[in-house]
Design a protein around this ligand. Structure first.
Ligand code: SF4
Length: 194
């Protein structure tokens, strides 16, 4: 029942449909993919009980948890989700689209990094679909993806400002021709918060 936790921090959701909302981020260690653009350190977590996690997060004046990773659903069980649900927390998850999501989550974000068809098959309906986009990537047809309340294209931020700008410009161009999509900028990177 213990979780391998990479980090816990309190900040604003930087992207997508809940952008700007205060949230407790719980980043779980481990991922089942190795994306070449991955900018997240998810190795070498610390084992924690759910009670320890609760002791840490109850210092924050906020009832929204965002489970992130890595791929958080590799570790999360319904028992763990009910534990925090019973403590009064709302729980969002950010998943790479390779795992079926529990109905206990209050807000689901799928950011498919593997097969789009498989992501749709295992989670036909999600709250938010968010796709990382770099220069020259094309936005897929909405029909290929899980049905979502909102579809976000998220330009990839890199260490090279010119490349980041090119990714953003490309994304904007794509959205102008595919208006079912909307832009999600990673504001936490723009304003220098965690
Ligand atoms: S799925 Fe996400 S966390 Fe895992 S390797 Fe890809 S970008 Fe990184």
């Amino acid at each position: 029942m213990n979780l391998d936790v990479k980090e816990i921090f309190y900040s604003l959701q930087g992207e997508g449909g809940r952008q700007g909302e205060a949230s407790i981020f719980i980043r779980l260690a481990g991922c089942n993919l190795k994306c070449d653009f991955c900018d997240t350190d998810f190795e070498d977590g610390t084992e924690m009980t759910r009670e320890t996690i609760h002791t840490i997060i109850r210092q924050f004046p906020c009832q929204w948890i965002i489970w992130t990773g890595g791929e958080p659903t590799l570790q999360l069980t319904d028992d763990i989700l009910w534990f925090f649900n019973n403590k009064g927390y709302k729980q969002a998850v950010e998943s790479n689209g390779t795992q079926k999501l529990s109905p206990i989550f209050d807000y689901t974000v799928v950011s498919p990094k593997g097969s789009l068809a498989y992501a749709k098959q295992i989670n036909p309906q999600v709250d938010e679909l968010r796709l990382p986009i770099k220069e020259n990537d094309s936005l897929p047809e909405i029909e290929w993806l899980p049905k979502a309340k909102k579809y976000f294209a998220s330009p990839i931020f890199t260490d090279n400002p010119l490349q980041t700008k090119a990714n953003i410009d490309h994304c904007v161009k794509q959205i102008l021709s595919r208006p079912q999509w909307r832009l999600s900028l990673q504001i936490h990177k723009l304003i220098g918060i965690e």
